[in-house]
Design a protein around this ligand. Structure first.
Ligand SMILES: [Zn+2]
Length: 116
């Protein structure tokens, strides 16, 4: 595991604590990527934590990704203030679009409050 991977894991944990485990844009429930991959591989540990995440997945939760508000391509850094947890479709859809504009679009589409 390289430094960036470790940094992403640490940031993801901090974001889950700060914002909860749901997509910042559409609100869908998320499962941490490492937990998700372990469950997908059939290598989930037999603990309450994994059973809870498996149940979430069965109910439509998806894998969490780390999305840069200001994209790396525009100089956005891998720091807590510049990242949010997002589902893969929202992350892909946002791409390098403007963060504020994208949040507004999503708010309108889902009619929910998103903490920008
Ligand atoms: Zn989403």
């Amino acid at each position: 595991m390289n430094g960036t991977t470790i940094r992403r894991i640490i940031l993801s944990k901090k974001l889950a604590k700060r914002d909860g485990l749901h997509c910042h844009y559409c609100g869908i429930s998320l499962v941490p990527s490492r937990v998700f991959q372990r469950i997908e591989r059939g290598a989930a540990k037999d603990t309450k934590r994994y059973r809870d995440f498996s149940a979430l997945l069965a109910n439509g939760a998806v894998m969490a990704t780390l999305d840069h508000k200001i994209p790396e391509s525009r100089g956005g850094r891998l720091i807590l203030e510049n990242v949010v947890l997002a589902c893969e479709p929202c992350n892909m859809e946002k791409g390098s679009r403007d963060y504020c504009e994208f949040v507004q679009t999503k708010r309108a589409a889902f009619g929910q409050t998103v903490n920008a």
